[in-house]
Design a binder for this molecule. Structure first.
Ligand SMILES: *Cc1c(COP(=O)(O)O)cnc(C)c1O
Length: 379
């Protein structure tokens, strides 16, 4: 038996409906800003409960354009976590701003205590990440932002479609929310794509300009912008899959619950804290494991595609070193800046396949294999 991480071959086995949509597009080929994009944006906005949604080229672009739209300028500081995919931080750097890293809780999201310590005069945005599909503590983060000069919040919801806090969708708490439609996200298209959601008309208007060269109309450039659009073909795929996203996330949540129940019995495994008023959508299923690296190898040898997300935190990457962002626990003067929990997580977390196409036999095989590994460790 095997359990692979990618499921795209299964997911798109039968795509007749998508091909039909694409064929229809060819009769009236509007490959950018086609009618299907408008439909997708409207449905996406409705799904998350936001006033506006705008298709862009990627989740990274969604972050970049949102940061610009809330007024972040070169040299400004943006507070985020190092426990994230590199793109969160790349987006900040690419617009000339300076990332300031804060630590995370056991459940991978921004520590509010760490955030409070990192605030400065130069803080021009806070960028919490709903990492792995687990919602950050938005109410507390919003209070901190509000009582420290009403700092704008941009949410990195790139891997968190359908994740909610007491029923309210992530990405709709801050000034803007960024989503990714990358092939391996829970809502995916056939290539790169992203979405920005907001309730604010000024942000909506600004991003509408920014994503299309700053063009107000065909002949007027209002501001210099980017070329970052969601293609009409991708909108056709997105429209088709948006109807399935609830089902997809429900399946992933059920798989994660099964793992939680089974693996909690093992003393060598620690399940992270699960808040019960949130809907965690398990873009990744990550747990703490003793002898993590040996377990990874053991599972990979048994054709289970477990992974490490990510062995090196962003703040210790060579790219961060070059910018002087590197926070080395052994050399940083200010103890408060240490990212102790982030470093610990990178050494101990393992990700298991949790996707919607896993069978109950595969799920069981993964659990049994982990048990087998630890049984061998004891004897
Ligand atoms: C995937 C992801 C991104 C980037 O999205 P792309 O569409 O690949 O640009 C950013 N942040 C997080 C947390 C992600 O998981």
């Amino acid at each position: 038996m095997k359990a692979q991480y990618s499921y795209l071959k299964d997911q798109f086995k039968n795509s007749d409906k998508i091909f039909k949509g694409i064929k229809k597009l060819l009769k009236n080929p509007q490959f950018t800003f086609g009618k299907e994009l408008e439909v997708f944006e409207k449905r996406f906005a409705k799904f998350v409960g936001a006033k506006y949604a705008l298709g862009v080229g990627s989740g990274t672009d969604a972050l970049k354009l949102s940061l610009k739209a809330v007024g972040v300028k070169p040299g400004d500081e943006v507070i985020t976590t190092s426990q994230t995919f590199i793109a969160t931080v790349g987006a900040i750097v690419e617009i000339g701003a300076k990332p300031v890293f804060v630590d995370v809780y056991e459940e991978f999201t921004m520590s509010c205590e760490s955030l409070l310590r990192a605030l400065s005069e130069k803080t021009k945005a806070i960028l919490p990440v709903h990492y792995s599909g687990n919602p950050a503590y938005m109410e507390r983060i919003m209070n901190i932002a509000l009582f420290n000069g009403n700092i704008p919040i941009v949410e990195d919801a790139c891997c968190a479609i359908d994740a909610r806090i007491e029923g309210k969708h992530v990405g709709t708490f801050g000034a803007a929310g960024a989503f990714s439609l990358h092939p391996l996200k829970n809502l995916n298209v056939w290539g790169d794509g992203g979405m920005v959601v907001t309730d604010r008309e000024d942000i909506y208007e600004q991003i509408k300009l920014l994503r299309n060269h700053g063009l107000k109309d065909r002949d007027t450039v209002e501001i210099f912008g980017h070329n970052s659009r969601l293609d009409t073909i991708q909108a056709i795929v997105g429209n088709y899959l948006l109807s399935q996203v609830k089902e997809i996330t429900n399946k992933r949540i059920a798989n994660a619950k099964y793992f939680d129940n089974q693996l909690a019995k093992l003393s060598q495994i620690k399940i992270p804290f699960r808040a019960h008023d949130v809907r965690h959508v398990y873009h990744m299923y990550m747990i703490y494991a003793q002898h993590r690296d040996d377990l990874l190898k053991f599972l990979n040898d048994k054709n289970i595609e477990a992974k490490i997300h990510y062995p090196t935190p962003v703040h210790l990457q060579p790219a961060s070193k070059k910018l002087g962002l590197n926070i080395d626990p052994y050399s940083a003067k200010n103890e408060e800046l240490w990212l102790i929990e982030t470093d610990r997580q990178c050494k101990n977390l393992i990700s298991l396949p949790v996707h919607q196409h896993l069978t109950k036999y595969q799920l069981k095989y993964i659990v049994e294999s982990i048990k087998e590994f630890y049984a061998g460790k004891i004897s």
